[in-house]
Design a binder for this molecule. Structure first.
Ligand code: GLN
Ligand code: ZN
Length: 769
């Protein structure tokens, strides 16, 4: 297609870039600073160098306007809290003594003070620090960081656009500070916050910003009319100032819905909208509100949170339509590139046939500038790129990797019966109890035991060739022996093998499944200095051979007590990977589910009578818009059932989920048709047990009685108290006794002590029944 040139030439831009650097220099510098090995000045220098090289990369790739202020030592929401001086009372002493140390104290806590709470940034795998606000919060503008980074970029000769977390999103992401009534709504502080934003905007204008981007992703979620009114008020007020830069209000991760009208009518000069996947309806919605006459539209047509190459033809068609809807149309990724790894070309071990389908941050910037060039000058100037793009897309569409006939035939043949156990839960449970020989209030753990230094060394030794596979397996076997014998001695009823062979609960399986690709350098920030390397669901998924049977049967061979098999469920496998964008998520989930089903059946055949399929990501993968929930939950629960329904009635299927607040998905949890679920509950004092009871959850459940996120050892009284509380909601014959989550981040001393206490508490409460 040939797009007519835009009235004003289209420009290329991005909202943010990976912060860590090619070799994760930032992580190393920050952690070095924490350990006292790197000085504050050296850390600042590393950060400035990274910013400079990022801007240079962007400019060289043809990005016309680079973002500033998106850089962070830890988290951009925490940076915003600093910008508006919303420092919790308990951190004021530290921040007053030293701004940088105070900043890290808020992020990580110290011996004496707790950090801010951390939670997921919308439906990404990035985590932000939750602002703590209350009726007494006093905001004050501190534009130091924003102004300094803008000046840095301008001094280097870049056209730069500062990026801020918007006031509405900031308040909607906040929670009541400790001691403040739980029903306090931070959005009520808007009038106090707006003058502070106006101040920062004025400072940025004075420092040379023509445009400032204000991010309001919270507006893509279902919002109340009051929230929308607040947004209208905010931009009326900020837009009404005279000493301000031009404002670009950005949204991403989904469609704007009703908020589009609000922002389109606001006195701001531009909007940035997501036009990918679930946000594609922004296009029709924009036409319906009459477009953005006289305004700048930044079109997020390159997916900023997935790793696949763009479809240029499709993007150009979207951009061409948008030209009729705004005065100026610019090209961008749908969101900050923070959510993708840096450079696909660093992946030397990936089959070049597959790598040509990948676009990480660097490749995406080239895509954006190519599209902007095509839009501005006509598609003939990008003819070569278009042809190459077509060829790459075709190679993916016709590859044997993305189309495995055996996998396709198998998923096509799935019947309803495949997703149904042969007997209902009520009948199965008696058979399982008899088969497993369990007492009332059975004790178990969630799967992993401490990942000791020795285990990490063993894995490193194996990778480096210092030990061979046999030497490695011997170390794993020794570890399993110890874990089993400890559990036997302690009196745990359903044992686990401890997962010592697993580097990560998703990667371990991804490495063994055909169609999955692991990256070597594909680091993505999860939070602070923690980076993960999500594997890529690149093709059709199959399981060439059993993945866990060897270790589970070895463990079972050490004891006469039941050992629980341990797998990661299909939803979590998808949630913590980069997913295919060339077929519905449900199709990918079904493929993974069938591979897991084979594993579940093999475990049963090898004598395993209890099998746990973890789905910690079930709740967090819930789409941002309620209208999309039902469709998601349908494929999510179906794929879980597909993976677990091939077993005999007397084989007990467990599942596990972390992160409290399950109230809104109890029906979905029930739809999994698992026999037993273990849940995180210790911190919320068994609230989840009440939630299950309230919804009439009919199965067995183990709300956690030991908070494993802290090294603190509970007392027997405490654990028994929580159990009694659990009994108020769940009858004894359906209540299990277990910790909140896996123990891999814990040390052995507290693990030993806490599990002994957990068993003692179970015995004490059993005696009262
Ligand atoms: N089985 C896993 C473990 O114990 C579960 C981890 C999780 O829930 N995130 O580590
Ligand atoms: Zn967990």
């Amino acid at each position: 297609m040939t797009a007519k040139p835009a009235a004003a030439a289209a420009r290329a831009t991005v909202y943010g870039y990976p912060r860590q650097g090619q070799n994760r220099e930032l992580k190393k510098a920050i952690e070095g600073y924490w350990k006292g090995r790197v000085t504050a000045d050296a850390l600042r220098q590393t950060a400035a160098d990274l910013r400079r090289s990022n801007w240079q990369q962007l400019t060289e790739a043809g990005i016309h306007e680079v973002p500033t202020g998106d850089f962070s030592y830890y988290d951009h929401v925490l940076d915003t809290s600093v910008m508006v001086s919303a420092v919790p009372e308990r951190h004021r002493e530290a921040t007053a003594a030293d701004a940088l140390d105070g900043y890290f104290a808020m992020a990580r806590g110290t011996q004496d003070v707790a950090p801010l709470e951390m939670t997921k940034w919308f439906d990404t795998n990035y985590h932000y620090l939750v602002p703590e606000l209350g009726p007494d919060t006093v905001f004050a503008g501190d534009s130091t960081k924003q102004v300094a980074e803008l000046k840095e970029a301008l001094a280097l000769g870049h056209a730069a656009r500062p990026v801020l977390v918007g006031p509405i999103t900031y308040l909607l992401l906040a929670k009541p500070a400790p001691g403040v009534a739980a029903d306090f709504q931070p959005i009520t502080l808007l009038d106090r916050l707006l003058p502070v934003y106006a101040r920062v905007l004025a400072d940025l204008r004075a420092a040379g910003a023509e445009w400032v981007q204000v991010d309001e992703p919270a507006l893509v979620q279902d919002r109340t009319p009051a929230d929308l009114n607040a947004a209208a008020r905010a931009y009326r007020e900020l837009g009404g100032a005279t000493d301000r830069p031009k404002l670009l209000v950005a949204s991403y991760f989904d469609r704007l819905g009703d908020a589009l009208q609000v922002l389109a009518a606001a006195p701001v000069e531009g909007l940035a909208l997501d036009f990918t996947d679930s946000a594609a309806s922004n296009l029709d919605a924009l036409a319906a509100v009459g477009g953005l006459p006289g305004k700048r539209l930044v079109a997020g047509v390159v997916n900023g949170r997935n790793i696949w190459i763009n479809d240029y033809q499709k993007s150009l068609a979207t951009l061409g339509t948008l030209l009729g809807l705004a005065d100026q149309v610019d090209v961008a990724a749908s969101c900050s590139l923070l959510h993708v790894p840096l450079d696909a070309n660093a992946e030397r071990d990936i089959d070049p046939q597959i790598r040509r389908w990948f676009a990480f941050a660097r490749q995406k910037t080239t895509e954006i500038s190519t599209l902007a060039r095509g839009l501005a000058q006509g598609t003939h100037v990008i003819a070569a790129e278009l042809a190459a793009n077509r060829a790459d897309l075709a190679s993916r569409a016709h590859s044997a990797i993305t189309h495995d006939p055996a996998v396709r035939a198998r998923t096509a043949a799935i019947t309803d019966a495949d997703g149904r156990r042969s007997q209902p839960y009520a009948q199965r449970t008696a058979a399982q109890r008899a088969h497993l020989g369990l007492p009332v209030l059975p004790t178990t753990t969630i799967g992993s035991f401490p990942q000791t230094d020795e285990l990490r060394v063993a894995r490193a030794d194996l990778r480096a060739g210092r030990i061979d596979a046999a030497g490695y397996e011997e170390r794993i076997e020794n570890e399993i022996r110890e874990v089993i014998s400890f559990q036997e001695k302690t009196g745990v009823d359903v044992l686990v093998h401890g997962e010592p062979e697993r580097n990560d609960m998703v990667q371990y399986f991804a490495e063994q499944l055909t169609g999955y690709v692991a990256t070597q350098h594909g680091w993505v920030q999860s939070y602070g200095t923690r980076y993960v390397r999500p594997p890529v669901l690149a093709g059709d998924i199959s399981r060439p051979e059993p993945m866990t049977v060897r270790w589970t049967t070895f463990a079972q061979g050490q004891t006469s007590k039941p050992v629980k098999g341990m797998l990661t469920g299909p939803v979590t496998m998808l949630a913590w990977s980069f997913v295919r964008d060339d077929q519905p998520l449900g199709d990918t989930a079904r493929q993974v589910a069938l591979a897991l089903r084979d594993e579940v059946n093999d475990l049963e055949a090898a004598g395993t009578s209890a099998i746990q399929v973890d789905e910690p990501a079930l709740r967090e993968t819930l789409p941002l818009r309620a209208a999309d929930h039902a469709e998601y939950l349908a494929w999510a629960t179906e794929s879980f059932r597909l993976s677990t329904s091939g077993v005999r009635p007397d084989t007990q299927i467990h599942t596990h989920m972390c992160y409290a607040e399950f109230g809104d998905i109890v029906q979905a949890i029930d739809d999994l048709d698992a026999d037993v679920i273990s849940l995180e509950a210790a911190r919320s004092h068994m609230q989840v047990a009440d939630e299950l009871a309230e919804h009439g959850y009919p199965r067995e459940a183990g709300p956690g009685v030991w908070d494993i996120h802290s090294p603190r050892i509970p007392s027997t009284d405490e654990a028994a108290g929580l159990l009694r509380k659990g009994l108020d909601a769940i009858p004894a014959e359906r209540l299990w006794v277990n910790p909140d989550c896996g123990l891999k981040t814990r040390g052995w001393p507290e693990t030993r002590a806490s599990l002994e206490i957990l068993v003692a508490a179970a015995r004490e409460v059993r005696a009262e029944l």
